[in-house]
Design a protein around this ligand. Structure first.
Ligand code: GRF
Length: 222
């Protein structure tokens, strides 16, 4: 199956690029129907144009209320026949005007291991907190920010001498891997949601692996 995808961006669009690259190499069965930016200078928009994808710019400032902006996004996405919507660095909170028509079909990536560190500057929050395992999360979007059911997470080590940029880059590398993977599971129809639990049918389980940072040392790592 192929997933008909709309992608919303506000900035650099490196996750969009990762998605486009995986479509191009055949590992993600997606048809990107439309890329919408709420910022006309978004690099993500340029990336989409370079790839020959349909694009639109919708400036939230042009709309009197969030709901009006959201209705315009929905109108464009439905006209493009997008079935799922991937938020890829989209810096606006969506209202029910958007989430009801696309219920259960809006996905987001967040640069932290949710529910830790939701909201802005998640990389900096993790760094400031001194976490040992940072990471990223792909999740369904609900009306609360960075909150819906989790599809996949990846952990990366955080080191005391990391600055925010270094930690952010380490996280971003994993983002580019897990976002296309989550979308491919959706394309394959393997994702079932039951309350907060997301079941990916036939996903492998590795029960034995325990990863610590710093690594355990003898006699603990028996
Ligand atoms: C990523 O860190 C993503 O997790 C967050 O915003 C950033 C977007 O980066 N939601 P990019 O625009 O995909 O490069």
């Amino acid at each position: 199956m192929t997933i008909a995808l709309g992608v919303l961006v506000s900035g650099s669009g490196s996750n969009l690029q990762a998605i486009m690259d995986r479509v191009a190499d055949g590992s993600l069965d997606a048809d990107i129907r439309l890329v919408i930016a709420n910022n006309k200078d978004a690099l993500g928009l340029e990336r989409a144009r370079l790839a020959g994808l349909p694009t639109a710019v919708v400036l939230h400032r042009d709309f009197p209320a969030r709901e009006d902006f959201d209705r315009e996004l929905v109108r464009l996405l439905l006209a493009a026949r997008a079935e799922f919507v991937a938020l890829a660095g989209f810096m606006r909170i969506l209202t029910p005007e958007f989430l009801i028509p696309f219920a259960g079909r809006v996905i987001n990536i967040h640069p932290a291991l949710l529910p830790a560190c939701p909201g802005l500057r998640a990389q900096g929050q993790q760094r400031d907190h001194g976490v040992r395992l940072a990471g990223c999360t792909v999740h369904f979007v609900d009306e609360e920010m960075d909150h819906g059911p989790i599809i996949i997470q990846a952990a990366v080590p955080a080191f005391p001498d990391d600055d925010e940029a270094l930690l952010g880059a380490r996280i971003l590398e994993m983002e580019h891997r897990i976002y296309p993977q989550a979308l491919q599971w959706l394309a394959q129809g393997r994702v079932q949601v039951s309350g907060r639990q997301v079941l990916v049918r036939d996903a492998s389980r590795t029960m034995g692996a325990t990863w610590t940072n710093p690594p355990l040392e003898t006699p603990f790592d028996l």
